[in-house]
Ligand binder design. Structure first.
Ligand SMILES: C[S@@+](CC[C@H](N)C(=O)[O-])C[C@H]1O[C@@H](n2cnc3c(N)ncnc32)[C@H](O)[C@@H]1O
Length: 401
């Protein structure tokens, strides 16, 4: 394992040294019994005048400081071995991720995929949401000076990346006639299920309005305190006519219809409530990033062989049941006439819950093979997914037609 770590660090150093292809580096988390120089470090190449520099942004949990180095002066090895547990290096043709466990073992993942190198000095040029947008200040992501609070960077990034995925999918759906062209009289309706402090709810409202798309947004959360806080913010921003909040259980919500359903980390089976409500409300687009999963994990007792080999380890059992839960959610949506894909909406360094189920309603009849796969899967694992319980009637109708 130590060799694997050394090799991976050597590879990371080489990737960082290639400033023509480097996209960014993130160092976060702390290795057991080690002290890091700060909470998190972001590294990326930037063009200053005619020359590429390496920009190092250190975040100590309260403030961030940026320093620029010439590539020849930059010692990446010292930072990579300074006690961080998670190292992510993205380059134009892929990424290298190193996670160092409490035992000092390295989990190294190399993946292919294209990443864009952005060399502009001012990062805001690549942002969808301006850090000093008043809504970000009001919801508490930015401070009074319009600077993102270090403790809120991850949430800010989640909202940004979520919107980055919604925008083109929405545009395609409007062009394909799957969603009506939003107008002032008939705006696009968006419902955020389990909205909490409504970072994403306000983000979707402000971003899409700024893109010239009239919207009517509803945020639903079980907590009356969140509703009251969010309503007060909407009033302060004078947008209360096009954004509203309700303190309701998703399964019992009085909201009845929507074009687009979104849910970011709605807890456990609240995600199933959100998907079920969206399907029953005829949502045309679904963007669902699930949170913790407990439902199937507690049902996995009679394990089909040879899978017991994996479920005997608690950690692997948890991951398997997460995958099984989301695979079954995606398949149920497929059976109900949605085109579905499952994507990482953001890098794992911003949240370990970075999977998104994206569904576009096409109304297509399910393929016999998809029905068979689903039925075999739940029979083999002897499980009844929470989503299947909530959509029992719809599933019977769709798969027996
Ligand atoms: C982890 S927070 C995420 C909040 C927000 N979407 C975000 O990403 O910042 C989950 C939210 O779901 C809400 N929630 C959990 N179960 C719910 C349910 N059954 N109905 C409505 N809201 C629920 C909680 O009150 C909480 O605010």
């Amino acid at each position: 394992m130590a060799i694997e770590l050394d090799e991976a660090i050597t590879q990371a150093v080489a990737l960082i040294g290639d400033s023509q292809s480097l996209v960014r580096v993130v160092l976060s988390g702390r290795r057991r019994n080690m002290q890091t120089p700060c909470e998190r470090i972001d590294i990326r190449p930037v063009q200053i005048k005619d020359q590429i520099h390496i920009q190092v942004i250190e975040n100590d949990g309260r403030q961030t400081t940026a320093k620029n180095f010439l590539p020849t002066e930059f010692n990446s090895l010292a930072l990579l071995t300074s006690g961080f547990a998670n190292i992510l290096v993205e380059h134009v043709t892929g990424s290298l991720s190193i996670r160092i466990s409490k035992k000092g073992e390295a989990l190294v993942t190399r993946s292919k995929g294209s990443n864009e190198q952005v060399l502009t000095h001012d990062r805001n040029k690549n942002r969808l949401l301006n850090a000093n947008d008043p809504f970000l200040v009001e919801v508490g992501i930015s401070d009074a000076k319009g600077v993102i609070k270090p403790s809120k960077i991850d949430k800010y990034m989640q909202v940004e990346e979520f919107l980055r995925i919604i925008a083109p999918t929405l545009k395609n759906a409007i062009e394909a006639g799957q969603i009506h062209k939003p107008t002032k009289e008939n705006p696009l309706s968006i419902t955020d299920l389990g909205c909490g402090h409504a970072y994403l709810t306000f983000g979707a409202h402000q971003y899409l309005q700024a893109q010239g798309i009239p919207v009517s947004v509803v945020g639903i959360d079980i907590r009356p305190k969140s509703r009251d806080r969010n309503i007060a913010i909407a009033q302060k921003l004078r947008i209360e006519k096009s954004i509203e909040f309700r303190a309701e259980e998703i399964a019992e919500t009085t909201a009845s219809k929507t074009d687009v359903a979104i849910a970011l980390h709605a807890c456990d089976t609240a995600t199933d409530d959100a998907i079920a409500w969206a399907v029953q409300s005829d949502a045309k687009l679904l963007f669902i990033a699930p949170c913790c999963h407990h439902d199937l994990q507690s049902q996995l007792s009679d394990i089909p062989e040879p899978w017991a080999m994996m479920t005997k380890h608690g950690l692997m059992k948890e991951r398997m049941s997460d995958l099984l839960t989301d695979a079954l959610r995606a398949q149920i949506l497929r059976l109900l006439g949605y085109r579905v894909d499952v994507i990482e909406f953001i890098g794992g360094e911003h949240t370990p819950r970075n999977l998104m189920i994206r569904g576009v309603k096409t109304g297509a009849k399910p393929e016999a093979q998809d029905i068979a796969r689903y039925e075999e899967m739940i029979a083999m694992w002897k499980v009844k997914p929470a989503l299947a319980e909530r959509l029992e009637k719809e599933l019977v109708r769709s798969t027996s037609a």
